[in-house]
Design a protein around this ligand. Structure first.
Ligand code: F6R
Length: 363
């Protein structure tokens, strides 16, 4: 039941510290990731893995896009990520030693399942499903699986399923790296252990985010900007806003702004940006200046330390410091809350947005 919460979506957003903990349980220690979490064959399979293809739909696809940054940076493995409905109708070229990974909350998404069945004819080194539903078709038909342990997700808009997929993908990154004989990454492991409590802190910003949401109630469009692994987080923020509040939202990698979308920016255009304290921060800041110079209204979710201060045309919400690898997880939360509160203000059916189904079992 929804308990004290007004909607399932809000309940599921607030469950994230708990389910992230569950997703980590027994799968790592303070000094090491447990490769066997992916099954008895995982060690041998990951050892042979020379690249990874990730296939999913919707929000799950966005999790895959984040994982590309992680697997390339922390495991040194090249990655392709694609939506299932495109992949399955292409003629993919599969280099030797390629691992096929599907991501799905339900494990029953028709295109993702069809992509897996197709992939099995293409000579992959193995197939892995990262999924929230044990015994689902995707899990049954894959060589290996890892459950995300988010528990039932009732709200159509995916929230806790996404963040637990990210946890699973970070465990995958560390496991592939370890199986290939690369050194363990103690800072990331420590960061993972600290993550549930950091998420709890960020959820404490709820009232401030609710106040911020007022500015969106009358808006027809919104632009989300991010760089690096936060570009997919911007995509996910835009998807959440459009699916539950019906406000047209688009996401861009911040560096693409001047290649077109800047033409849309005026005082009517809210621009939401995630600004963690990473190597791309200075570049992002200059992109934000470009928005300000056109009169755009900026909403920035930023690391406490980055020194973006609130001004008349910039509203800033500060997030706690977090290891760079884990920032995409943490910065997802305020965007979920923002879209939730905007939808509530607009009076939409938050848990059952029009035209959408929880599980898309037809193509
Ligand atoms: C968006 C949303 C959808 C799903 C997509 C894939 O909030 O929920 O975009 O992510 O339909 O579903 P699964 O993950 O079940 O394969």
């Amino acid at each position: 039941s929804k308990g004290e919460y007004r909607h399932y979506m809000l309940k599921e957003i607030f469950e994230q510290p708990k389910v992230i903990e569950a997703a980590l349980e027994g799968r790592m220690s303070a000094s090491s990731v447990l490769v066997e979490s992916f099954g008895p064959d995982a060690q041998a399979l990951f050892q042979k893995t020379r690249q990874v293809h990730i296939i999913a739909c919707g929000t799950s696809y966005h999790a895959g896009l984040v994982a590309r940054y992680w697997l390339e940076r922390y495991a040194g493995v090249p990655v392709q990520v694609e939506v299932a409905s495109e992949y399955r109708y292409r003629h993919p070229v599969v280099p030797e030693g390629t691992l096929f990974v599907t991501l799905s909350q339900s494990g029953e998404t028709a295109d993702t399942l069809a992509a897996l069945r197709f992939a099995k004819t293409l000579g992959y080194v193995g197939t892995l499903a990262i999924c929230n539903v044990p015994g689902s078709s995707l899990v049954r038909e894959s060589d290996m699986s890892l459950m995300t342990r988010a528990g039932p997700e009732i709200g159509v808009a995916s929230t806790k399923a996404f963040t637990t997929q990210l946890i699973a993908l970070l465990l995958l990154t560390l496991s592939v790296s370890k199986a290939k004989g690369q050194p363990e990454q103690p800072e990331i492991l420590a960061g993972l252990q600290a993550l549930p409590s950091l998420c709890q802190q960020v959820l404490g910003l709820d009232a401030q985010i609710e106040a911020l949401s007022q500015a969106f109630a009358e808006k027809h469009h919104a632009l989300f900007l991010g760089r690096g692994a936060h570009y997919p987080i911007a995509l996910e923020g835009a998807l959440k806003l459009k699916e539950i509040s019906y406000i047209h939202a688009e996401a861009y990698p911040a560096g693409e702004l001047k290649h077109g979308p800047l033409a849309l920016v005026d005082s009517e255009m809210p621009v939401i940006s995630v600004a963690p304290n990473d190597e791309l921060l200075e570049k992002l800041k200059s992109n934000l200046q470009e928005v300000r110079a056109r009169g755009g209204q900026l909403f920035v979710f930023a690391d406490r330390k980055v020194g973006i201060s609130a001004q008349e045309d910039i509203r800033v919400l500060e997030l706690p410091e977090v290891h760079e690898a884990l920032a995409p997880l943490l910065y997802t939360l305020p965007l979920q809350l923002l879209s939730y509160h905007v939808a509530v203000l607009k009076g939409t059916d938050v848990d059952q947005p029009r035209n959408l189904a929880k599980s898309v079992t037809v193509e």
